[in-house]
Structures are given as structure tokens and as C-alpha cells.
Design a protein around this ligand. Structure first.
Ligand code: CUA
Length: 325
């Protein structure tokens, strides 16, 4: 009881991965089902506890009393009662469960849905929008509009999970799974790969930003445009652009109009993201430098090699990347 009360005392802000603070229709349905099932479970528990106490203190045989009656005979009424009871309770649980499963997994996208392709990679998330916008590890969606995610894997099985927006959905190679929901409250909701997928499974995080329609439209416009040109006054960033162009970064990373790599995340608007390395680090110049210097230390097993750049080139590259708003 003490542990339960302590845990229940945690605030919403302190547990961003809570499954008990629904911010979408899907999460709300799951919550309703959870409460439903918990109530039926509580009823079963209450009946069992009462029967147990009665058996212990009321119907037990005491010293000096006659031996208990024979167990060879049976009571037909009781037999029927304890067969029908569990059947009814199972029905009360399974009917809403099956209804929720079908309701939450429509075969076709709802009218007006925004369909986004999600590609899971070891160990980061790619988000491709129907208008051509592309981002990594930070998904933006508009509030109060149906969202249809098509989930694909580039390598092995992952699982897409934003606890406050809905249940987990496996991402399986060679198959497209879908997740359909309407986010109802603007905000930032963290997500995490929920299927063990190798060394950096725990470092395969992402963020979902539920934006107002205007904010989303603005974000989308910015993503479609190329990177903001480096201001001529920013010599460091201009030097960094040269470092990037001459480096092996270009083989793996796309920057619109600069490079065509596709193995790692698209960096066209890297400076506009709040995190890097699949949500592991806050996007600050210090962290970007740390990441480029030794990605393996932050994300063991990642494909990205250490670049071994001298300090001045590293600083310039960091300034360039951060300028890519
Ligand atoms: Cu991807 Cu665990």
C-alpha cells in the first residue's frame, strides 16, 4: 500500500512515459478499457476475499465439532453459479476489449487524415510527410486531425510507442502496420522504441509535438523549404559548411541542395530540432560536438563513425549544423 501511494503521488510532469494520462482518442479508449477491466477485476477480488474470510472464520471446523461433511457429494446450484459467474465476467471484459480493438484499427484512413510514413532504423526514427517534408526523431502533427501512421522497418523489428498518444505498434520488416489516432491536447509527448532491437534499443527515442493547426502549417512550410542560408557574417558556420561538404557526412546525411545521403537522418533542418542522437541528448553546441567526436560512447553500436576532426573544424561544423534551422 505504501509503495502504491508513493507512486501515485508522482506528478504528471515527472512521468512523461505514463500510460494513464491520455492525450488522444486512442489513448482515451485504452484508458476507458483499462478502468473497465480493473473494476471487474476488483469485483472478483472482493468476492474472493469475502469468500476466503467466510471460509476461515465462519464455515471452518473448530476443535470439538464434528468432522466436515463429505466432499464426494456436490451441490448443482453452486456448480452452476461458479461456472456462470466467471463466464459473465469474461464476457464483460472481452466484449469491450474486442470492440476497442476494431474501433482503434480502421481498415482505411479516416476522411481528412494526415498520412505519415514512419521508418524505424537501428536506432532512429524517420518521418516522411505526404507533401515531401522529411524529419528525424521529432514528429510534428496537428491537433484534432486524424493521423494515420504507416509503420515500416528498414532492418529488424522495432515498436512505435508514445504512451500518452496510444498503445504500442510493432514495426515489422516487410510489412506495413498502421496506427490511427486523433491527438486532442497540444504538447510534447516523448516516445520510445518498445521492442528490443539491439545494443542501442534504449537509445531509440523520439518526440512527438502536437501543434496547433497554424503552428503545424508553419512548421511544415519551413521543412519543405531548403535550409536557411548561412549568413555571410557567420564565418564559422560558412567554414563549417565547407567542412561538411568535404567530409564523409555527405555519404550518409541529406541536406537539401548540399548532399544526398540517406543512411542517417536528414539534417536539412537539424538546428531547429530540440534533441539529437534519437532523443538522447538536448540539441546544444556542446552536445553536438560531443556526439560528432564519439558517437559510440553515446549510442553504442550506431552506424556513425567518429570523425576525428581537429578542434577548429569540429567547432565550425557544429556552428554550421546548428545554423540549419
Ligand atoms: Cu528499435 Cu528497440
Amino acid at each position: 500500500m505504501a509503495i502504491a501511494l508513493t507512486i501515485a503521488g508522482c506528478s504528471d510532469a515527472g512521468r512523461p512515459m505514463t500510460t494513464l494520462a491520455p492525450k488522444s482518442d486512442l489513448a482515451q479508449w485504452i484508458q476507458n478499457l483499462f478502468i473497465d477491466v480493473t473494476l471487474w477485476d476488483a469485483l472478483v477480488l472482493a468476492i474472493v476475499v469475502v469468500a476466503f474470510v467466510l471460509a476461515l472464520f465462519v464455515f471452518s471446523t473448530r476443535v470439538g465439532e464434528a468432522a466436515p461433511p463429505s466432499t464426494a457429494s456436490s451441490d448443482l446450484g453452486l456448480e452452476i453459479a461458479w461456472t456462470l459467474g466467471p463466464v459473465l465476467i469474461l464476457l464483460m471484459i472481452s466484449v469491450p476489449t474486442i470492440r476497442t480493438i476494431f474501433r482503434s484499427q480502421p481498415a482505411v484512413a479516416p476522411a481528412g487524415a494526415l498520412e505519415i510514413k514512419v521508418v524505424a532504423h537501428q536506432w532512429w526514427w524517420e518521418f516522411d510527410y505526404p507533401d515531401g517534408a522529411k524529419t528525424g526523431n521529432e514528429l510534428h502533427i496537428p491537433v484534432n486531425r486524424p493521423i494515420r501512421l504507416s509503420l515500416e522497418s528498414a532492418d529488424i523489428i522495432h515498436s512505435f510507442w508514445v504512451p500518452q498518444l496510444g498503445g504500442k505498434r510493432d514495426v515489422v520488416p516487410g510489412q506495413i502496420n498502421e496506427l490511427t489516432f486523433v491527438a486532442t491536447v497540444p504538447g510534447m509527448y516523448p516516445g520510445q522504441c518498445a521492442e528490443f532491437c539491439g545494443l542501442s534499443h534504449a537509445n531509440m527515442r523520439f518526440r512527438t509535438f502536437v501543434d496547433s493547426p497554424d503552428d503545424f502549417a508553419k512548421w511544415d512550410r519551413e521543412q519543405l523549404a531548403g535550409p536557411v542560408p548561412t549568413p555571410a557574417s557567420d564565418q564559422l558556420a560558412a567554414d563549417g559548411a565547407k567542412v561538411f561538404a568535404d567530409s564523409p557526412c555527405t555519404t550518409c546525411h541529406m541536406i537539401q541542395g548540399v548532399s544526398k545521403g540517406y543512411i542517417g537522418p536528414d539534417l536539412t533542418h537539424f538546428g531547429g530540432r530540440t534533441t539529437l542522437a534519437a532523443g538522447v541528448l538536448k540539441n546544444t553546441p556542446e552536445n553536438v560536438a560531443k556526439w560528432i567526436e564519439n558517437p559510440q560512447e553515446i549510442k553504442p553500436g550506431a552506424n556513425m563513425p567518429a570523425l576525428l576532426l581537429p578542434g577548429d573544424k569540429l567547432n565550425a561544423l557544429v556552428a554550421y549544423l546548428e545554423s540549419l534551422k
